[in-house]
Design a protein around this ligand. Structure first.
Ligand code: 9M6
Length: 298
């Protein structure tokens, strides 16, 4: 697809935008390409260390959000484990090696909220390691290519954090931010005590009076995301230890993002189609890279 350089003096986001979908998408694509270039440059530079606030931690179970955290995490785990065949209506839209991405076309109040479900198989890492990297703020900027800023608004417990993130602006769309709790847990399978534990991270939008939505230049997005991982280990050879070559991690990633404000449906769908596969490939290769020289965390 040839990139047009558009010379547009006046434009606005919204249903009265002076850009047609194609022009809007060309502009978005150019914006995304620019972010890619910046990231490639940044990847080669040393990573900045993110500090986590050391506020006193409470037990998550006593927190006002706990009933919701527990309910949504359990629901999301169940939802992630359902297959993509049959009546679910999932359509395959991207495939690359062992990675498969499915979506369902859905709208809410005229906004695209297409649910996404992705399956991937990654060798050399455990589910515990992958979930730790997805959850922990110190890794976030290493794999989140569209991240501009991230703060931990509250540490509810070691396994539950609340994040406020701003994403890089993709011109001509408004910049987006997201405020969500993130919860990590191990789930043991009572039906199959021999099976390896599952690990899940669930991210879900929340509200804080201190951080009202759409107050500044950002439009707030609303998300429900879950990452579910299971580790498989090849039977160890006689007298030898398990190495990373014997480990396989099966990943399911489910995401529903409400863009919060208007954007042309066709443009959003094109952005999803372009960004999700890149996102999951970048995340999983980051995990492999981070883990390769470290002892295995089962
Ligand atoms: C909406 C991932 C948290 C990791 C997460 C996200 C995605 C669209 C998108 N872009 C309108 C947008 C905004 C998003 O897995 S997470 O929880 O660090 C959270 C939010 C992605 C936020 C759009 C920007 C304009 C496309 C779907 C997208 C997919 C993947 C990566 C980046």
């Amino acid at each position: 697809m040839g990139k047009m350089k558009l010379k547009i003096k006046f434009f606005r986001e919204g249903p009265h935008s002076t850009l047609c979908d194609e022009e809007f998408y060309d502009a978005v694509e150019t914006g995304l390409d620019k972010i890619d270039e910046e990231n490639q440059l940044r990847d080669r530079l040393k990573q900045k260390v993110v500090s986590i606030p050391t506020s006193p931690t409470t037990s998550a179970a006593k927190h006002r959000l706990w009933p919701e955290i527990d309910k949504v995490s359990t629901e999301q785990l169940h939802y992630a484990r359902l297959g993509v065949g049959g009546a679910g209506g999932w359509q395959l839209f991207a495939e690359d090696g062992d990675m498969r991405m499915y979506r369902r076309e859905e709208e809410a109040d005229g906004l695209v909220v297409d649910p996404l479900k992705a399956c991937h198989v990654v060798k050399g890492v455990t589910g515990h390691e992958v979930c730790n990297i997805f959850y922990s703020p110190e890794y976030r900027s290493g794999w989140e290519a569209t991240l501009e800023d991230m703060t931990v608004v509250e540490k509810i417990s070691d396994d539950t954090l609340v994040f406020l993130q701003t994403h890089k602006r993709i011109w001509p769309a408004s910049q987006r931010d997201a405020l969500f709790w993130s919860h990590i847990r191990r789930v043991s399978d009572d039906q199959d005590p021999d099976a390896h534990d599952l690990w899940i991270v669930c991210n879900h939008s929340t509200e804080y009076t201190e951080h009202p939505p759409n107050a500044g230049k950002c439009v707030r997005v609303y998300l429900t995301v879950c990452l579910v991982c299971q580790t498989f280990i090849d039977p160890p050879k006689e007298g030898s230890e398990i190495t990373r070559d014997d480990i396989t991690c099966k990943i399911t990633y489910c995401s529903v993002v409400n863009p919060g404000g208007w954007a042309p449906a066709a443009v959003l769908r094109a952005v999803y189609k372009r960004e999700y596969p890149k996102f999951l490939k970048r995340f999983t290769s980051y995990c492999i890279d981070q883990c390769k020289d470290k002892p295995i965390l089962f």
